[in-house]
Design a protein around this ligand. Structure first.
Ligand code: PGA
Length: 227
């Protein structure tokens, strides 16, 4: 499985070095993907994780102050990048999200597109809006490279846990448009609810936010995943 550790906007340089040291003690058969803040890329020295990015620019290299392009990420051996995370969506138009996916595909970074409903009852309608958009505007080659991360907005950072049936129904909606792509789940995952989540047969991995910062609990989560 793919386990994304989304550190979000956390850790000073010193704190990151301590965190990385603790993270280096983890052994797992799953693929760990660390998504730290940009400045920490150059400090990365782990052999048990690969690097992911929390974001990417819509543009290539050039006069774009403050932006980080896909080519630059590629030069730091970034394997995956998140696009459309709910914490960024208010600042992004659908066209910009599309451009980010296109930039990533051009350089061979795997885009992880995050989608999920704001209101639990509107799951299908809200998911279909995004899925139709992707289906209409991405080329078939770009579609092939995409990973979809189902993250109900109401479950992110809220401690609210969804159930297996709700995740499976999101997966079947996603599969209507992207039958062959990997689907991840994210939203308030912890060392206990992972035992239920791992029973979702359509889910190929998890996106972990808050708990990625707590090494001891992360270790317990990975142990629960193995057993
Ligand atoms: P959370 O974050 O685990 O803290 O809910 C998940 C995410 O933002 O992807």
């Amino acid at each position: 499985m793919i386990i994304i550790l989304n550190n979000k906007c956390n850790f000073t340089k010193e704190e990151f070095l301590i965190y990385q040291q603790k993270l280096s003690t983890i052994t797992t058969s799953h693929e760990l993907v660390l998504c730290p803040s940009y400045p920490h890329f150059s400090l990365f020295s782990l052999s048990n994780c690969v690097l992911g990015s929390q974001n990417v620019a819509t543009n290539g290299m050039g006069p774009y102050t403050g932006e980080i392009s896909a080519e630059q990420l590629k030069s730091y051996d970034i394997k995956y990048a998140l696009v459309g995370h709910s914490e960024r969506r208010k600042k992004e138009t659908p066209k910009e999200m599309l451009e980010k996916i296109q930039q990533l595909c051009k350089v061979g970074i795997i885009p992880i597109f995050c989608l999920g409903e704001e209101v639990k009852e509107n799951q299908q309608r809200e998911l279909e809006k995004d899925l139709l958009f992707l289906d209409n505007y991405l080329t078939s080659k770009e579609k092939e490279q995409l990973i979809l991360a189902y993250e109900p907005v109401w479950a992110i950072g809220s401690g609210k846990f969804t159930n297996k049936e709700h995740i499976e129904s999101a997966s079947s909606t996603i599969k209507k448009y992207f039958p062959n792509n990997k689907i991840l789940y994210g939203g308030s995952i912890n060392q206990e609810n992972i035992s239920i989540l791992k029973q979702c047969s359509t889910i190929a991995g998890f996106l972990i936010g808050g708990l990625s910062l707590e090494i001891e609990n992360l270790k317990k989560l990975l142990e629960n995943l193995e057993n």
